[in-house]
Structure formats: C-alpha cells, structure tokens
Design a protein. Structure first.
Length: 256
C-alpha cells in the first residue's frame, strides 16, 4: 500500500499560488465602487461550489477553512500535520492571519482535501487574471509590442524514499534498486525584467496519467499546459521564454 503525501498531494501548490495571486491583486487591483473585495474564504468557497463539488465528509468545516488551513501548514513551515495540529490550541493566530473560523484537525484536513480535484482550483487563476485586466494592472507588464513575457520552467516540490502516492514519479537506483518518489510541475508566470511582481498562471503537474505506467515528462506537461492556455486565454499575446531543453522543433510547434 502507498503511504499518504502530506495534505492532499497536489492541492497545496494550487492553494499557495492562488493565495499569492489574490494577495498581490488586493494591493494592485483597482476595484469599482460597487465591487467589494472578497475575502480569501469567500473566494475559495465560490471556486469550489461553482464547480459542482458536493462534499461528503465533515460538512461542518467549510472548504475555505480546509484550504486555508492547508496553505497555513506550508506558510508556517510546519514539519508535519501533527505539528500544525498543535497550533489549534493557539487558534487566535490562525483566525487573525489566515481567517480560518473552524480549524480542522489533521485527519479532517486530509479527508476534506482528498475530495478536491486540483482542476477545481484552476478557475482561481482565470478569475483573478480577468480582474487584473479590468483593473488595468496587467498593462504595465506588456513587454514588446503589446505582448507579454511568459516564463515556463519545470520544478520539483516533493521527494521521498518512504512517502508516496499513485501520482508520484519514480526514480530507481540501478545499483541498489532503491526507489525515490518525487513530484514535479511545469510552472508558468507572466514576468517583466523591470518589475518585481509576476502573475502566475495555473501550473501543469507532471504526473502519471490515467492508465499509464511510465513516468510523465515535462514535454507532455507542456502540451497540456498550452492546450489549457489557449482555452483560458485565447487572445492573450505572449512571448514564451524557456530553457535550452525546449529548443526543439516538436516543442516549438506545440507552443505556436
């Protein structure tokens, strides 16, 4: 049997990035007078329930509270869910900083977040991106002739020889036969050389696809990313920057 990955495998990364975008938007986005700035809790509740997700476990804990608690684990750099669980005794900090009203215990957090498909978090990126466009905050990131600089790169965010899930990639030591389980993703962000702020887009996870026994790769993840990019932002003019591994004809055609 496979062991559990802390929190829920992949949801945590979507949560962290979505909240970073949300925080940046609060500081830079110009809202109209009739438009209220949503709280993180309202924001995540809207995302989850708009996708038709029907929760079966712990309905007394809102999805926003579970997601924000999951984010808090990584933000506070707790070594384990058990360590985070001890923070529940000092709930005032979690309530004031992360706006968590009902703090789930470690088992509740696992159960709730295990029901969430990372795809359900994707609308956060498109939603905030649209608000940035309407608020004119995106204009100053234009790089060349109205095009935006889109930086892509693969990165690893989990590795263990003991903890793993079915979604993990595997690397076998040829000498010892020892297996290393790891997770990677293809990250993307709109950047500008003269600005510190960036606008992350929804990442594409490099994971084993349904029915596949072989490891996924960055090139396959890039194909899925570009397909999603065209659907979410069909009229967004971009100049793509990647490392030298991407300088090949199949990948170039994929990106055009």
């Amino acid at each position: 049997m496979s062991s559990r990955i802390p929190i829920s495998g992949f949801v945590d990364d979507f949560v962290v990035m979505a909240i970073c975008i949300f925080k940046w938007t609060e500081s830079h986005l110009i809202y109209t007078k009739s438009e209220e700035i949503p709280s993180e809790n309202d924001f995540f509740n809207q995302i989850i329930y708009s996708t038709g997700n029907r929760r079966m476990s712990h309905p007394e804990i809102s999805m926003a509270d579970a997601l924000m608690s999951g984010f808090a684990v990584f933000s506070l750099k707790d070594p384990s869910l058990l360590a985070f669980d001890k923070r529940r005794q000092a709930a005032e900090n979690l309530e004031s900083i992360y706006h968590v009203e009902s703090i789930p215990c470690d088992s509740q957090m696992r159960t709730i977040l295990d029901e969430v498909d990372p795809v359900e978090i994707r609308p956060a990126y498109k939603n905030i991106f649209s608000k940035l466009q309407r608020g004119k905050a995106l204009e100053r990131l234009a790089f060349f002739q109205g095009c935006y600089l889109l930086s892509l790169d693969g990165t690893g965010y989990f590795s263990s020889k003991k903890i793993f899930s079915d979604n993990c990639l595997q690397k076998v030591n040829k000498k010892t036969g020892e297996i290393t389980y790891y997770q990677q993703m293809l990250g993307a962000a709109i950047v500008h050389p003269d600005l510190k702020e960036v606008i992350p887009l929804a990442p594409e996870f490099i994971i084993k696809q349904d029915g596949q026994s072989k490891n996924d790769c960055e090139r396959n993840a890039a194909k899925r990313f570009f397909d999603s990019l065209r659907k979410d932002h069909p009229h967004l003019p971009v100049i793509i920057t990647e490392d030298a591994l991407s300088s090949n004809a199949p990948h170039t055609w994929m990106a055009t």
